[in-house]
Design a protein around this ligand. Structure first.
Ligand code: MLT
Length: 315
């Protein structure tokens, strides 16, 4: 069975492919879409991250492909209905980078609260800014989580360790289980009106696209802060700009953007906006974890027909 690794993958994953009898692996991470379409017919397994676009057109050439594995969580770059029609299993690795992403969320929350990016930039520029960069404590503040799944629940745990009060909105979670974990499940509207900080941990779907827009941002508390380490497009960037520019919101941090890289969007001009370049899952540990998971799952699926974390109707 032949596996193509078309996006960079930690060595630990490549070694699993190389050391499994019955599996042959090719690593080709710089292919253009036409180049990929030309060779995909030879492969039974495909390992990707976010760069490779798995389109219906590409899948129409993938005559031998049985499984696509994403080292990471988001599958926005895969046409899942087309894969299902072609009888190809699609899987992700939902656990390997959750701690890393939750830690990045906390890093942004602290950086926003204490103006760390501006403190670094101004001091490096020779300015000793103290008065302008006074921060705020997070102790006893309310953190509202949109989504309390694999990442959101770890953010909640870490935030409670920092003595924040955590409330959450998630129609898919059991309120009793969350209560035991110290998280009150509330309505979306309550998240908006009660939270000093809101952090988003939900996939991008029809329901969540543009969820934070002119109307919902205006219902957030005066001075509240918004963090998005989930997916670009859940927060409307133009509306966020207006909410920050007018100082209705105290600050916002985006790790993900409507278009990546975002280029010089208006938000970049604002002092109360901070950002990172989709670094949520970027640690050595997380990349090793997801590489190990995706390689193991692809190998298991190809050799036994079974593996966890399949997201379409394949078993
Ligand atoms: C993910 O979906 O796993 C993360 O957003 C990481 C990434 O896409 O690089």
């Amino acid at each position: 069975m032949k596996v193509l690794v078309s996006d960079p993958l930690s060595d630990i994953g490549i070694e699993i492919f190389e050391n499994t009898p019955g599996i042959e692996v090719d690593v080709k991470t710089d292919l253009s879409a036409p180049e990929l379409e030309k060779i995909i017919g030879a492969y039974h397994g495909l390992s990707i991250r976010s760069k490779t676009k798995v389109t219906a057109n590409m899948l129409s050439r993938a005559k031998n492909l049985k499984v696509i594995g994403r080292a990471g969580i988001g599958l926005d770059n895969v046409d899942i209905p087309a894969a299902t029609r072609a009888d190809i299993a699609v899987m992700n690795t939902p656990f390997g980078n959750t701690i890393t992403t939750a830690e990045h969320t906390i890093a942004l929350l602290m950086s926003l609260s204490r103006n760390l990016p501006r403190a670094t930039a101004t001091l490096k520029d020779g300015k000793w800014e103290k008065k302008n960069l006074r921060g705020r404590e997070i102790f006893n503040k309310t953190l509202g989580l949109i989504g309390i799944g694999n990442v959101g629940s770890i953010v909640a745990d870490r935030a409670m360790g920092l003595k924040m009060k955590v409330i959450g909105f998630d129609p898919y979670q059991d309120p009793e289980a969350l209560k035991k974990a110290g998280i009150s499940l509330v309505s979306f509207d309550e998240i908006l009106t009660r939270s000093d900080y809101i952090s988003i941990h939900t996939p991008k779907t029809k329901e969540t696209t543009n969820l934070f827009n002119k109307d919902t941002l205006s219902r957030m508390k005066q001075g509240a802060m918004l963090i998005n380490c989930a997916r670009g497009g859940i927060v409307n960037e133009d509306d966020l700009y207006d909410a920050l520019k007018s100082n209705h919101l105290g600050g916002a941090a985006l790790d993900v953007f409507e278009t990546e890289p975002p280029g010089k969007i208006n938000l970049m001009d604002l002092d109360n906006f901070i950002c990172s370049s989709h670094l949520g899952a970027s640690t050595l540990e997380a990349q090793d974890n997801v590489a190990r998971d995706v390689a193991t799952q692809i190998v298991d699926y190809l050799l036994t027909g079974k593996a966890p974390n399949i997201v379409n109707s394949k078993k």
